[in-house]
Ligand binder design. Structure first.
Ligand code: AMP
Length: 301
């Protein structure tokens, strides 16, 4: 109860605060979060072979399970943040924390915020910083109680103010900025399907962009559900054409500047997705100096 009260006091402060009052907020997260700046096991140093990459990548080793990773995924709606964040989270043994999932859980819980959130989310707008930080703080606190360490954040920060608050309380090692050709983003959102039972993410869209005017073609195969999920698929209410276009506009206005925020701090890794998972996953691992032995073994089998 004390935590909830502290959260709501800071949340109230956040609605009226400007960036200069962020430390109140920052203190709140630090007090709830297991992730202090001293917890990172990385030892960033410059790697001459990776001059355009964040320094941390020079120190990644191939045995990565259990590493105390503190990473962020950025990228437009539909780019595949959830897919790659979840794969990396399995590989590295750290939790994948999606603020979009936290919002949807809150919506489904029919709690006091539910109807307010429903209106915001179905219009493709951003939830206020106060609510998002409250949900994230609670999630981090629950993780701490379970002994979690490290995280891969997906969908947070989405505004420069959220990035400033996060930067004020912990060291983010690396920010992966996923990029995909614009023609594919809308199709991927419209094709997204979720299993209402297990939460699995699938896609019925088959994206086949022909090579044109010197630009290469791109193919992304559908990601079909396994038979046990096939009859339980649902579509996200904010994955309609009108709402996806609004979410893309909001990304440009509110989240694009977050890329500059991290770029200027030398933490941003730009990654252009070359296609679907089979082409993109190995290349992403390579860009991160990582290796997925299980993936290699199943490919070789
Ligand atoms: P996502 O699943 O990441 O696309 O998020 C779904 C929705 O949750 C977004 O369209 C927003 O309404 C809300 N949301 C998720 N993360 C944030 C955030 N960091 N700040 C504000 N709103 C968010």
């Amino acid at each position: 109860m004390a935590v909830v009260n502290r959260c709501s006091r800071a949340a109230t402060a956040a609605t009226t605060a400007n960036a200069t009052t962020a430390p109140t907020f920052a203190y709140l997260i630090r007090s709830l979060s297991p992730f202090s700046s001293s917890s990172s096991t990385f030892d960033p140093q410059n790697d001459l072979n990776n001059r355009n990459k964040p320094a941390v990548l020079g120190t990644l080793k191939r045995e990565s399970k259990g590493r105390n990773v503190q990473w962020v995924f950025l990228g437009c709606p539909g780019v595949g943040k959830g897919t790659y964040a979840s794969r990396l989270s399995n590989l590295l043994g750290v939790p994948h924390i999606s603020t979009g999932d936290l919002v949807r859980d809150e919506l489904a819980s029919s709690g006091p915020l539910s109807s307010q959130l429903k209106e915001i989310v179905t219009q493709g707008k951003l939830v206020s910083d106060e609510i998002i930080i409250d949900l994230l703080s609670k999630r981090l606190e629950a993780g701490e109680a379970k002994g979690e360490s490290g995280f891969i954040l997906d969908g947070f920060p989405r505004t420069v103010r959220q990035a400033e608050i996060l930067e004020g309380v912990t060291d983010i090692d690396l920010v992966i900025n996923l990029k995909l050709r614009e023609e594919a983003l809308l199709a991927k959102c419209l094709g997204r399907r979720i299993c209402s039972e297990c939460g699995g993410n699938y896609n019925v869209a088959c994206i086949d962009i022909k090579a044109e005017n010197g630009r290469p073609g791109m193919y992304m195969a559908p990601l079909p559900p396994p038979p046990q999920c096939a009859s339980k698929l649902i579509t996200r209410p904010d994955d309609t054409e009108e709402v996806v276009k609004q979410r893309l506009r909001i990304y440009q206005a509110m989240t694009r500047p977050v890329e500059d925020f991290y770029r200027s701090r030398g933490k941003l890794l730009e990654f252009d997705l070359p296609g679907g998972i089979p082409e993109s996953w190995p290349k992403l691992l390579c860009a991160l100096n990582l290796e997925d032995r299980e993936d290699k073994q199943s490919a070789a089998a």
